[in-house]
Write a protein that binds this ligand. Sequence first.
Ligand code: FER
Length: 356
Amino acid sequence: MKRRHLAGISVLLMTLSLCACGTEKEKGEIMNEKEAVSENSTPTEEDLSMYASGIATEEATAETPTPQEEADKEEAYILTGEIEERCPAVFSAKRSGVEYGEFTHGVYYSETCGMERGYSILLPAGYSEDKKYPVLYLLHGIFGDEYSFSGDPNNRIREIVGNMAADGLIRETIVVCPNMYAATDPDQKPGFDAEACIPYDNFINDLVNDLMPCIESSYSVLTGRENTYLAGFSMGGRETIFICLKRPELFGYVCAISSAPGLVPTKDKFMSHPGQMEESEMCFAEGATEPEAFILCCGTRDSVVGTYPKSYHELFEANGTEHIWYEISGADHDNNAIQSGLYNLLKQVAIHSEEE
Ligand code: FER
């Protein structure tokens, strides 16, 4: 499987580190601090005897459980309606007792684009035609493709979906990761200007008319909005909002993570955006069936899209469009935001299915 950066924009903007995995980095820093402390302090006789008997090592491990150990701790998770800024380690870490799904790749013919196109699909472990599964469509960032999520193990998609299903919070769920660049000209390559956004804005047609029918006929899926979820990161977040507003009858649970500018007319540090819609259109059509949950979120330290997601939230608020908005303290344009959005989206699914 090809490995791609999550958001290709990082290749363009050398100042950014979009593949950041803050958790790993933070862990590293904490370890270094611990090492520094132990180097500087003279061990006592008691310390030395503890090292000799192995107690010290045991204690050190007990103090700093690895994410795996934390995940393996059999603590009952209490489902509340609260948004949690960070995806808890108990869901993002690989557990020894859980079998996770695997990503595979498929193709479909897109009438919209006039060509064959690919998607990655995460099928639950033990996927069977005898069962039916809800589906999450997950949209990548700019310069991405269908391998952006499947090729990055640090986004923890397999673990979050697998652990939440293993705990009985959600049903076993299929995740489809399309190629969101729906160009009609096979020679047109992704770029970074307003013109180059047109294929991404065309994805709504490819998704609804070509990809969703293909998935629904090729896999054993539950259909209907209550079993169909939509989420996206950055450029994928912008398109998630657009698709949700235009086709709310199709998706019951929606999460736009760190959404890119350009949904409405604006000029950011990179370019002028003509806008996919006017500010007054940032709402559902009158009488439309609205999602059970429509989440917008962003890291407080997002160095790429800045406060654009918050401005979408403010527009929704001004227009009386129901949604959930939250910020992820300290997260950049990165996997911390992706994990958080995915987790909270599935948590909303869990909460609503508990209520039924
Ligand atoms: C922009 C800023 C950010 C933009 C797109 C992005 C098209 C997308 C970033 C990403 O997907 O990571 O002005 O315009």
